[in-house]
Design a binder for this molecule. Structure first.
Ligand code: SF4
Ligand code: SF4
Length: 101
């Protein structure tokens, strides 16, 4: 049986990548909650109306609508630790190459 996306909330928050949005309005036509408007020429999503159903995400020809899935605090800390380690490694290499370190 096909899933009724209009009644299936996703865990993430739906957002718009403004730099990709053409303001075509296709997403607003698909939205069953009237959650999408264009106050500045690009799509804006009213989070108080949005059910995160994902319909707008599927119809956008630009791939401008994305789902941002919140990560847990431990996962975020691990990510930051890894990024810090990589950044320190790059800095150390630059210092070695430049003779500063
Ligand atoms: S469908 Fe995509 S490109 Fe068109 S207005 Fe909506 S977000 Fe922008
Ligand atoms: S995910 Fe998109 S289509 Fe669904 S309610 Fe939110 S803004 Fe409307």
């Amino acid at each position: 049986m096909e899933k009724d996306l209009s009644k299936t909330p996703n865990p993430g928050i739906i957002g718009v990548r403004r730099e990709l949005c053409l303001g075509c309005g296709v997403c607003a036509q698909a939205c069953h909650r009237g959650a999408i408007s264009f106050p500045w020429g690009w799509a804006e999503i009213d989070q108080s109306r949005c059910t995160s159903c994902g319909l707008c995400l599927q119809v956008c020809p630009q791939g401008a609508i994305v789902e941002r899935v919140p990560v847990s605090s431990p996962a975020l800390r691990a990510e930051i630790k890894e990024l810090r380690g990589r950044a320190e490694d790059v800095i150390a290499r630059i210092e070695r190459l430049s003779g500063v370190g």
